[in-house]
Design a protein around this ligand. Structure first.
Ligand SMILES: [Zn+2]
Length: 264
């Protein structure tokens, strides 16, 4: 994986504008990992995908993340300021992407086995293709239980009860504690899939956990950056007549030096 130039990131933004969010993640990773096949990137677990996005975000806009939120109790507007390192889980580092030849052979990714309440379950971790399939089937992630169920069903590879393989498995008919144990195990082996921030409000002292979605956060930043960059290209092209490619090839510092001269 490598950092993207301004021209490459702008091209990803341009192509991603008409794509759903999860496709934008794949466009970003494909541009940053040209040595890895797109199918392999789509098969990365959500945690590993997030780990790659965190690294790419750090290389693109730096290690500090800034965001705004509201306290759910007193509605105070709060500024969040944290580092990529604060939310990065060491075990979730993108080893697959850094070893593309091995990843190419892995296909569906790693399998896990869980034994619980007389059951033996073989499963894999959800990836971008699973998310795409669930969302395209009309499931909405605001309806967390059904979407989770649909995701889990896709990731279930085999179920044995008391040593006997079940021919067909209906997720709703499995014991709820087995499902909970599976979800816990998935969170444990793919810890970067859900990034939770422990927030506390300085005004009313309320404490609460908030999910942080690196994909939508990073894309919003890219969108704002692209709009500013196009403004700068417009200003420089109007003043000097340079083509877009030449302006994008300038370092941000040199672009700014010329903009300062134009603006006096
Ligand atoms: Zn508060």
């Amino acid at each position: 994986m490598r950092a993207l130039s301004a021209a490459e990131l702008l091209a990803v933004w341009d192509r991603g504008l008409v794509q759903p969010l999860w496709q934008r993640a794949l466009l970003l990773l494909a541009a940053a990992c040209p040595e890895v096949r797109p199918e392999t990137l789509a098969r990365l677990s959500i945690g590993r995908r997030n780990a790659c996005l965190l690294t790419l975000r750090e290389w693109t806009f730096g290690r500090q993340l800034e965001s705004l939120t509201n306290c759910p109790v007193c509605h105070e507007r709060l500024e969040l300021n944290f580092a990529v390192a604060d939310v990065r889980v060491a075990e979730a580092l993108p080893t697959i992407v850094l070893a593309p030849s091995a990843a190419g052979e892995q296909g569906q990714g790693e399998e896990y086995v869980l034994e619980h309440s007389g059951y033996r379950v073989r499963f894999r971790l959800p990836d971008t293709l699973d998310l795409t399939s669930v969302l395209e089937s009309g499931q909405r992630f605001e309806d967390i239980p059904p979407a989770r169920t649909a995701l889990l069903a896709r990731c279930l590879l085999a179920v044995e009860r008391d040593g006997e393989v079940l021919a067909s498995v209906v997720l709703d008919e499995l014991p709820p504690e087995l499902i909970t144990a599976m979800l816990d195990r998935m969170a444990q082996v793919d810890p970067q899939a859900d990034i939770t921030l422990a927030l506390n409000c300085p005004a009313c002292r309320h404490r609460w956990p908030a999910l942080f979605d690196i994909l939508s956060f990073f894309w919003q930043e890219i969108d704002a950056w692209a709009q500013r960059l196009l403004d700068d290209v417009h200003t420089l092209a109007s003043a000097y007549g340079w083509p877009e490619a030449d302006i994008l090839a300038l370092s941000p510092h040199r672009r700014q030096c010329y903009l300062d001269r134009i603006r006096g």
